[in-house]
Design a protein around this ligand. Sequence first.
Ligand SMILES: [Fe+2]
Length: 290
Amino acid sequence: MTTDGAPPSNGQPALSDAHFAQFDRDGYVIIEPFLADDHRLRLISEVDAWAAGGIEDAYAPRDDRRSAHERVQLALHEHGLLVSHPPLMAIVETLLGRGFAYHHLHTTRFDAGSNGVQWHHDYMQFPQSNRSHGMVHCFFYLSGLNGTIGDLLLRPGSHRLVVDSAAIGSFGTEDLPGSIAIDRLAPGSLVVVHSALWHARRKKPGGEGRPRYFVDASYCQAGIRWPSDYGDWRSKLRVAQDRGLDRDGRFSHLFDEAHFFDVAEARQRLARENVGSWLERVAPPPVGPV
Ligand SMILES: [Fe+2]
């Protein structure tokens, strides 16, 4: 696969019927491999350059440095192009339909000894109340998985459960009933998960001198307004547009601000007003005789 809109490197259609059925049932699908060697190696060299800039974990507590770093990720040549990579767009459109939004892109290099991440999901909704519209996270394992550094844990089917992500963090990285651990993936593999799917990264020994290269890109179904990315999300969308990542307008829907409302401002309002039952607010009982 190339970054100039050429057909998928593996020569396969965007998603088979079996893939689609698995995503619907289990909340994830694995495409192994997805990125051609030359493509993944170019991305890896960008991750190395980015990691050398000082920040090692995109999931570290947010501060000004991280915010600036996120903009840099999108501005990286190959990372930016990955956001609207045509074969990826074909897969996401199969899952979310036309007109979907780009939410964010994170890139990380996990060196030997990196900590795991507890069970969580990444479905952007406050408070968690339904799964009416789809959101996906596309996990790119540029150097694959080989049983060292960290395994990917998934709980198939959990994307259908409406639960606050923080509620499952107390499970740490333990096995859950029905959960699976993925510890082998070919370099360049893609795992697309419904963002509400419970997942975790379990720390594993080994991997010295063989870092784990990881990129995730996230997209939201059109039709509702979504909580924006954190930080200066408007400027990140502008960076994407200025860089021409919409590929001459073919994917202009990705970077339309109209998909979003400001998450930080809205969450502050929610924190002030989140008392009692929301049911009564959205469906108040009739007043007086009926
Ligand atoms: Fe996650």
